[in-house]
Design a protein around this ligand. Structure first.
Ligand SMILES: [Zn+2]
Ligand SMILES: [Zn+2]
Length: 186
């Protein structure tokens, strides 16, 4: 079986299920992100899809899971994290009659507007649809930990490892002053 392709004659009832394992580099946009060092993929993508037909629509519901390496947006250190998501894609066959009156690009644009993806012939190629889902699952602001302290804006030390001793912003200073006052009282 070719990668990430569903043969529509097999999609009859709700029992259709397929699993795929795909190297991230087979997705052109993701291959570009890897090349630009925006991320590394530590494992292939494990993809599971259910598919069923409702009139002329093919509903593809699935999920993917992999592990990636990203740079923390606060401390700039690399960290590993799972990347996973559920997705639902709706495909419809291109309508041959319509192709005579409108050009193919125009139809594709209209289908995209209403959230439909389309296919020709007897196969649905999931590559583009799934690629979009994987890209959307990336965190906008990757963090190695929710409470990552980041780098000192003055000396650049990693504040997760040690307190460099540089003067902190006013809020932290106030707290330090209070602490010193309490110590003086005792
Ligand atoms: Zn961090
Ligand atoms: Zn510092």
């Amino acid at each position: 079986m070719k990668p990430l392709i569903l043969h529509i004659e097999q999609i009859k009832d709700k029992t259709f299920f397929r699993e795929f394992e795909e190297n991230a580099r087979t997705f052109p946009i993701i291959a570009g992100m890897i090349k630009n060092r925006e991320c590394e993929f530590l494992e292939p993508l494990k993809i599971g899809v259910k598919a069923f037909k409702i009139r002329e629509l093919y509903e593809v519901e699935g999920n993917f899971l992999t592990r990636i390496r990203l740079a923390c947006s606060r401390c700039l250190k690399d960290f590993d994290t799972p990347l996973a998501s559920d997705f639902a894609l709706t495909y419809t066959r291109e309508v041959p009659g319509l192709m005579d009156v409108l050009n193919a690009e125009e139809i594709e644009l209209r289908l995209e507007e209403i959230g439909l993806l389309y296919f020709r012939g007897e196969e649905i190629n999931l590559q583009q649809g799934i690629q979009e889902q994987v890209v959307m699952a990336f965190p906008l602001q990757p963090l190695c930990a929710e409470d990552c302290k980041g780098l000192c804006p003055k000396c650049g030390s990693d504040l997760n490892q040690k307190d460099c001793g540089c003067e902190r912003e006013p809020s932290a200073n106030k707290f330090a002053v209070l602490k010193n006052l309490k110590l003086e009282k005792t």
